[in-house]
Design a protein around this ligand. Structure first.
Ligand code: ZN
Length: 251
C-alpha cells in the first residue's frame, strides 16, 4: 500500500512532488527558509520576543514571523537576530506602518514558525543554554513587555512565563517582588498610538525588580531599546550618555 506523505500544514504531497523535493529539483512548499534550532543568543532573543504578548504574530497561512512594535531599535535587533537564524545574507527590512503606527519586521520560515509555536516549557533548553542566551531572552522579553517608571516592571498574561522569568532573574541574583494581578480581564485597553480601544481578554500579571537589584538588572540584562535604557540608567543612578557596543543591551 502506498504511504501518504503530508506537509507541515497537513496537506497531502503527491509522490512525484516528494521525489522532486528529495532530489532538490523542486520544493513543493514554495520558498522555504531553512532553520535548524541551534542554541545561540539570537535564537534566545527571538524566543523572548515571540513569547511576549501581542508583539509577535505568527500568520497561519503565510507562515510569517512578524514583529510589530513602537520602537525602531527593537525591530532592528529582531531583524538582525532573525537574519542570523535564517542564514540570510542581509537583514530583514524594518518598515514603518502608518496604519498601525508601528515598526514592522516580517520573516518567513515554516520551520522557525513551527519551532516558535511550541510552549515556553518546551523552548527552555534553548533559553537555558548558557548565561548569554538567558540574558538575551530576558532582554527581548523586557524590550517587549518591560517598562521603567519609578522601577522596572514587566507584565504579561501568562503566569507560567513570568514565573520562569522570575526564576531566571533569581539565578542571576536579581531579586523581584511577588507576582501580582496588574489588570483584570474585561478592563478596557487603549492603544496610545492609534487611540483604538480593546477589551482585555485575560488577566494581566506583573513582576517588579526590587530596588536593591536595579543596578544588577542594568548591568546584567538591560534593554536594547535606547529610550528604556536611558530611563533605566536614570533610576539606577548611572550618568552615562552613550552605551559602549557589547555592553548591556548588545548581544
Ligand atoms: Zn548560549
Amino acid at each position: 500500500m502506498q504511504k501518504q506523505i503530508f506537509d507541515t500544514t497537513g496537506r497531502e504531497l503527491s509522490k512525484s512532488s516528494v521525489s522532486y523535493w528529495v532530489r532538490g529539483i523542486h520544493n513543493p512548499l514554495g520558498r522555504v527558509n531553512p532553520f535548524t534550532p541551534t542554541a545561540c543568543p539570537e535564537l534566545a532573543y527571538v524566543i523572548g520576543a515571540a513569547l511576549s504578548d501581542g508583539n509577535l504574530n505568527v500568520h497561519e497561512h503565510h507562515r510569517e514571523i512578524l514583529l510589530s512594535v513602537t520602537d525602531r531599535d527593537f525591530a532592528e535587533e529582531f531583524s538582525r537576530c532573525l537574519a542570523k537564524l535564517l542564514s540570510r545574507p542581509s537583514l530583514y527590512k524594518v518598515r514603518w506602518s502608518q496604519k498601525r503606527k508601528r515598526w514592522i519586521v516580517q520573516g518567513a520560515s515554516i520551520f522557525l514558525h513551527k519551532f516558535l509555536s511550541r510552549q515556553c516549557r518546551e523552548l527552555r533548553p534553548w533559553i537555558r543554554h548558557c548565561r548569554k542566551c538567558e540574558t538575551a531572552f530576558l532582554r527581548a522579553f523586557y524590550d517587549s513587555e518591560g517598562s521603567v517608571s519609578g522601577g522596572i516592571q514587566v507584565s504579561n498574561t501568562s503566569k507560567d512565563v513570568l514565573f520562569f522569568v522570575k526564576h531566571l532573574l533569581r539565578e542571576l541574583r536579581i531579586e523581584t517582588g511577588k507576582l501580582y494581578v496588574q489588570k483584570i480581564a474585561g478592563t478596557i485597553l487603549k492603544d496610545p498610538r492609534t487611540g483604538r480601544l480593546y477589551a482585555r481578554k485575560k488577566n494581566c500579571y506583573a513582576l517588579r525588580v526590587r530596588s536593591k537589584s536595579v543596578l544588577d538588572f542594568t548591568n546584567i540584562v538591560g534593554f536594547t531599546i535606547e529610550r528604556k535604557q536611558q530611563k533605566l540608567l536614570e533610576i539606577a543612578g548611572i550618568r552615562v550618555q552613550t552605551r559602549s557596543p557589547g555592553g548591556p543591551g548588545g548581544i
